[in-house]
Design a protein around this ligand. Sequence first.
Ligand code: SF4
Length: 653
Amino acid sequence: MENSFFPYDNFRTNQEEFIQFVQTSLIQKKNPIVEAATGFGKTISVLSAVLPIAEKFGKKIVYCCRTHKQMDRVMEELMEVGKKVEVSGISIKGRNSMCLHPTIVNNEMDTSMALHVCRLLRRENKCEFYENMKEKEDRAYEIEVSLSQKPSLSQDVVTLCIEENMCPYEVVKGILQNVEVISCSYMYIFHPEIRDNFLEGIGATLDDIILILDEAHNLSDLAINLGSDQLSIYSITAAINESIEFEEPIVSEFLNKFYDVFLELENDFKMESEDEVIISYQDLFTRLEGLKGPFVSKSFEKTIFDLIAYMKAIGEKVQKTRLKKNKMPKSHIFRIASFLENWFNARGNEGYCYIFEKTKTKKDEDTLKLGILSLDPRPITTQVLDFAYGAVHMSGTLEPLDAYSDIIGIKNPAFKVFPSPFSPSNIKGMVTKGVTTKGTHRNEEMYKKITLKAIDVIHSVPANVGIFCSSYEVVDGLLGSGIALMSDKPVFMERRNMDSRENDTLVSDFKNRSGKEGAVLLGVMGGRNAEGGDYPGNEMNTVIIVGVPYARPTPRIEAQIEYYQKVFYGKGKYYGYYLPAHRKLSQAAGRAHRLLSDKALIVFLDERVANKFVSKDIPKWIRDSLEYIPDSEEILKEKVKEFFQNHIDRFKS
Ligand code: SF4
């Protein structure tokens, strides 16, 4: 097929092959699963591949991204395509980010909650921006038509709507029906309620859509989270207060009993801080039996269902009352009812387990939580992937592709791993022998040894270094060995439970040091900075990876392994335990290579990475550059210096 949508004069290495592969797969009704490093130019390649297919078969492209920046990036590339051929598109953010109504703007809420609040506001005619659109129908239509003919950023719509006093989200909904490409968050497609609303808005079914899933390695966690639910004892206390405020003695009595069940579980299982236990579906309801009041019937299931329905009705009454008083229309009673409904609906399904845990709050206080944990992403993913016209899955860290395909539940997959786009002089991986954080070797002496090797690297690197450890216990081990005191660069530490604003300041201060003497960012694999952070150019010249982040064998991990063992015979421990750790390791290792011009080093301070069992799961573009370094201080230092030798001036400039 053609690649006449590619807007640039020259292709980068392998981009033509990428386009060809995606097109051939989709035409053969296969779903391409592609690994290619950041810097490859995946966005423009995949757009150039899919646009002609969408045009030919009359399909819409929905491009799912993880961040707002990536969504806008898709539109920027589409604008380049637009210089060559006529195309249209829009990036959309969640209702919570685009809404102008003070109730949503001034209260932090997720997309799902914003949808709920928006519905209430519209139903009660309490949104002036929505009402205004109905009054200025012609003007709204005019705006929608003009924006439907080219690629636009959601922020442009928001700016225009502030001037016009109209709802940006509703204007975007009008545009969505007519554009060829929509870039949005995964939630628009994988959250069942948001998806229904979204598809209705664009007037399409899943079969009308070709999906592009960027950073697809996140999909299994996203689907597991969407299928899970959790309730803390604090929510019950808040609901009890609400039931007293709204004079609902039946609900109060039930909630007090529910509260006592939490304490009973804590006592019966002798829970210590950070403990968790798997309980049965029946366990909760047996403990609740003996309820009194008007809903008690012969069948306990009926009693609970009637009670849930009653609590939902009371919850809606609470929401409306709060809305009338211009307060956030939130109801804790409604929340508890929804949780119990989810608990009930998961009964008898092997893909779920029920968890009770004693965990820490952000303020480091103990709290009790009940949870419904989904063990399988497929009930969420296949609702979409089985019905979409086709889907392109891509990421810089997706290997092994067949495991990804199994876990996500992809029918007719087509696999392709592209080689590194980086020049060998810009990327090097080193696996250092003689060190490990393996439990049996984890002691003061080993931490000292790891710290000394890390210091050798820090002192030999021109500017910024990121250190990502397998756990906070390992971070503490390095700190205990004096890493912060020995480092000639200031150390910025990511802490447990750090809130996002505090973390943003920390990362920004770290990045600002890249033009000076450099700095060290110390955090954990799987944490915010190791998974989502981008550190292009000199913002991170070297990543040091300490350990392999295998999880503690907690009851939920055991349940995951056991479940996968049943559904993917013989692969339970690999899919449920080893592979998630290897993916976290790969994510952290790839942080420093964001642009093709980035020159950065990746140092693994754990000899287990040299085992094929681990290294085979590291992306090919990193794996191909790996060198094994003997247990010698001098050799490690020399190798690091050698890598940066001819580039010191560039880093200092
Ligand atoms: S209609 Fe628009 S402005 Fe009004 S609440 Fe909903 S999203 Fe916000």
